[in-house]
Design a protein around this ligand. Structure first.
Ligand SMILES: Nc1ncnc2c1ncn2[C@@H]1O[C@H](COP(=O)(O)OP(=O)(O)OP(=O)(O)O)[C@@H](O)[C@H]1O
Length: 278
């Protein structure tokens, strides 16, 4: 059995089917990139994996057990924006998960526990390159720094699964590259399993060990909302873990495709507002 298995997942909002018959088996330590037309249900799928949304049908198993129906420490998430608390400093944001856990009523730790939480937060600040900005508030940080902080916060409880919803979508190309490098370092170091939604197809190919394309199989031009999306392509990639030479010798890995966006089995990078094609 794979680390994470989704079996015939479906999701509707009211009468509107969003996802239908999503089957997926993912090995632990994978970095799964997800692309698809705007509105096809990628974020919904991440929220189901987080436990924030319940699937209408099907089930998900993680480590052989049915996925907990609400978010827990085993899963961290980072959104494109606004994942951090604006009224807390960098240090405060990074101590918050421990504060909450250690003292649910007061929301603040004391004594030895507080010292340990501070040390953990400081170690994370080093890791995400924000040690120099401990006392700054999110509004005083650049977009890239805010996302570093959001990722650091999501990783503090050492989740086995990290869910990223267009985490670098609002960043300029240079900052984006830095952030990608940081993500790869953290992923290699922790061995966590990452699901990352992106609208940047090059990023999806560059970072992923596996690329999923969500799209509709059935399409009614008279009634576009009639059917939900599913995984239409599932492409193994070299990703950033396996050295290039090993991957070239591995027949299971489409190493060429990882380097060449032109070899995509679908027409073009997805743009916001694109309608899924039939
Ligand atoms: N809570 C909700 N109630 C009703 N409809 C919803 C809800 N959340 C999402 N939807 C609808 O479900 C569909 C899928 O939304 P979702 O955000 O998952 O798409 P997406 O593929 O992530 O889109 P994008 O790439 O634009 O972020 C959209 O039509 C959206 O309007």
């Amino acid at each position: 059995m794979s680390f994470l298995e989704a079996r015939r997942i479906s999701k509707s909002y009211g009468d509107a089917p969003i996802l239908e018959r999503v089957d997926l088996a993912v090995d632990e330590g994978s970095l799964v990139t997800i692309v698809g037309a705007s509105g096809c249900g990628k974020s919904t799928f991440l929220r189901i994996l987080l436990g924030q949304e319940q699937a209408t049908g099907g089930e998900i198993h993680v480590g052989g057990e049915v996925l907990a129906g609400e978010p827990d420490e085993g899963r961290g998430i980072v959104f494109q924006r606004y994942s951090v608390f604006p009224h807390l400093t960098v240090l405060g944001n990074l101590m918050l998960p421990d504060d909450f856990e250690g003292s649910r009523f007061v929301g603040r730790l004391f004594g030895v526990k507080r010292k340990a939480a501070r040390e953990r937060a400081e170690a994370m600040m080093e890791k995400i390159g924000l040690a120099h900005a401990a006392d700054r508030y999110p509004a005083q940080l650049s977009g890239g720094m805010q996302q570093r902080l959001a990722i650091g916060q999501a990783l503090l409880k050492r989740p086995r699964i990290l869910l990223l919803d267009e985490p670098f979508g609002a960043l300029d190309p240079g900052t984006r590259q830095d952030m990608q490098a940081m993500l790869i370092d953290l992923w290699r170091e922790t061995g966590m399993t990452v699901f990352m939604v992106t609208h940047d197809i090059q990023e999806a190919f560059h970072l992923g060990t596996r690329l999923l394309v969500f799209d509709k199989i059935r399409h009614d031009p008279q009634f576009p909302a009639a059917y939900g999306a599913t995984i239409t392509y599932d492409i193994p990639l070299r990703g950033q873990r396996q050295p290039a030479r090993e991957a070239a010798e591995d027949p299971a890995v489409s190493a060429g495709a990882a380097d060449d966006v032109r070899s995509l089995p679908f027409p073009a990078p997805f743009e916001r507002g694109d309608e899924p094609h039939a």
